[in-house]
Design a protein around this ligand. Structure first.
Ligand SMILES: Nc1ncnc2c1ncn2[C@@H]1O[C@H](COP(=O)(O)OP(=O)(O)OP(=O)(O)O)[C@@H](O)[C@H]1O
Ligand SMILES: [Mg+2]
Length: 503
């Protein structure tokens, strides 16, 4: 961050110094909300959470080198006392951005792909100058200012992810760091429950382009009608990316390899170049095009953009991480989070990557879908049940609609193929099917056998039980997809399958 004396921090946040705080003591950063992350020169922001109160860690933070605590009540340490710590954090971040007129702020929003796109774009802007971008999903009212506060006088780009959990959220974030470029990926069904409909989601995401100045650029997905319409909501120039002819930045000749990785010709108004993604899933093309369009607007040659896109590997964890075990079992760990759109994208990739192999999936009921939750979860079940899987494990609570959808779809698929179906109903893990010795039986044939066979469907309580179940099922050469909402922590299933390997 740009070094600030405590007196200035108090001024910016309308706070009061307390605890013998020296007004001339200088905070050099980082600004942190976790006392374990304190470094010499830090400002520790004390929040009162449901379980822990940051104020209790004030002394510990000072011992670790914090210059002061940003607190909402006096603590036994030098502090700046403010009425609202989150608001103070936002004010500090806004002041920081205002002090960096040479840094370009680029905001990325959308229902799915923000983190992936942000990571791709940060690689691209890194070719021009020092770039600040959070690792992971630091996209809310705390993560956003904390990221901004990592910038210093040398920062040229801030690539920020903006998430909306309701109307007005993105607007607030754009006030902290006013963007010059705003990228909108898609309007899907994530957090449908909070918003109550796609129109409302589009309204919220569009706040990013509404915040752009006349001199800015809105980078919009031409293939998503809700995103296209946002052109009417901005003063900025609009540029489109997509698959169609009408997009200025587009992908042509898209080919997906046997591992589910896409290659394409990246076309721009000033030339084209070949891109071969290392990221998994055809949906990564959308994210790559969005990052390419922003990079193009910044004046980077298409060859450099293509080079960066082609070299990028997943930077934030648990998003389509593909690992081959020594026994040839392939594990796709997409457990970071899930919504109906990213589930569909994951199953599409899995179909390609697992072609000709026995495929198993571990999923869990989707959350935050409001009134539509049962219907959308039943749809998820139907998607999984009709995916031609050898086995499906549904983990965690509220699984009933998923299980019912899965059973119905699996039955329809096998009836159509003339194969007897397993009995209906939820099977408890202890009664689960055991793989027959020698590899024959209901799933018949060698790995790679294909053809229609009944999908084994079981319900387990948690991520650990899912791994235990899978371990009984898996044979060399099988493929596994693991994907559920954040709260289910299904990355644990992947870790257990991969022998605890943290990779
Ligand atoms: N363009 C896309 N369309 C559909 N699914 C996508 C797309 N991009 C990524 N995904 C999938 O969505 C999930 C989340 O990806 P990512 O973390 O990049 O998105 P995000 O928008 O940052 O999510 P969050 O809102 O949880 O922070 C992953 O499973 C990923 O494979
Ligand atoms: Mg994210």
């Amino acid at each position: 961050m740009i070094p600030l004396p405590l007196a200035r921090i108090a001024e910016i946040t309308s706070g009061a110094l307390s605890g013998m705080a020296d007004p001339r003591a200088v905070v050099r950063g980082p600004v942190v909300i976790d006392s374990r992350a304190v470094e010499p020169g830090s400002l520790f922001v004390a929040f009162r959470g449901a379980r822990v109160d940051g104020h209790d860690y004030a002394a510990q933070a000072i011992r670790a080198g914090a210059v002061a605590i940003l607190a909402t009540r006096p603590v036994e340490a030098p502090a700046v006392i403010v009425p609202d710590a989150a608001a103070a954090l936002a004010e500090l971040a806004a002041a920081q951005v205002a002090a960096l007129p040479d840094a370009t702020v680029i905001g990325v929003t959308g229902s799915a792909g923000k983190t992936t796109t942000k990571d791709l774009l940060a690689r691209i802007t890194g070719r021009i100058g020092p770039t600040i971008a959070p690792v992971g999903s630091f996209n809310n009212e705390l993560g956003h200012p904390l990221t901004v506060l990592r910038a210093d006088a040398g920062t040229r780009f801030m690539v920020l992810e903006l998430a909306a959990r309701n109307l007005g959220h993105i607007k607030d974030l754009t006030r902290i760091a006013p963007p010059q470029i705003g990228v909108v990926l898609n309007v899907g069904t994530a957090h449908l429950g909070v918003f109550g409909g796609k129109e409302a989601i589009a309204k919220a995401k569009g706040e990013l382009v509404e915040a752009l100045p006349r001199t800015g650029v809105a980078v919009l997905n031409a293939d998503d009608p809700h995103v296209r319409e946002m052109a009417s909501r901005t003063d900025a120039r609009v540029t489109y990316f997509g698959r169609g002819e009408d997009a200025a930045i587009r992908a042509e000749n898209v080919v997906v390899d046997v591992r589910g990785r896409a290659s394409f010709t990246l076309r721009t108004p000033s030339g084209s170049a070949h891109v071969s993604l290392k990221l998994y899933g055809a949906h990564a093309v959308e994210n790559a095009l969005a990052a390419a369009a922003a990079g193009y607007e910044l004046g980077l040659p298409v060859a450099i953009i293509a080079e960066e896109l082609s070299q990028a590997t997943p930077r934030s964890r648990w998003r389509m991480e593909v690992t081959d075990r020594a026994d040839g079992v392939t594990v796709i760990n997409d457990a970071y989070n899930a919504n109906p759109d990213s589930m569909r994208a994951a199953f599409e990739t899995f179909e390609v990557l697992g072609r000709g192999r026995r495929r198993f999936a571990v999923i869990a009921a989707l959350r935050e879908l409001g009134d539509e939750a049962p219907a959308l979860n039943a749809e998820l079940g139907r998607l999984a049940g009709s995916a031609g899987l050898a086995g499906l494990i549904v983990a965690g609570p509220d699984a009933e609609p998923v299980l019912q959808g899965a059973h119905a779809a699996a039955q329809a698929a096998t009836t159509a193929a003339g194969v007897p179906q397993q009995p209906q109903g939820v099977q408890e893990p202890q009664q689960a099917w055991q793989p027959p010795a020698g590899g024959t039986g209901p799933f018949g044939g060698p790995p790679g056998g294909g053809g229609a066979h009944p999908t084994r469907i079981v319900h387990v309580p948690d991520a650990e039980a899912a791994a235990a179940e899978l371990n009984r099922w898996l044979r060399p050469g099988d493929a596994v997809l693991i994907k559920g909402p954040r709260a289910m922590g299904l990355e644990r299933t992947a870790e257990l399958l991969l022998g605890g390997a943290a990779q």
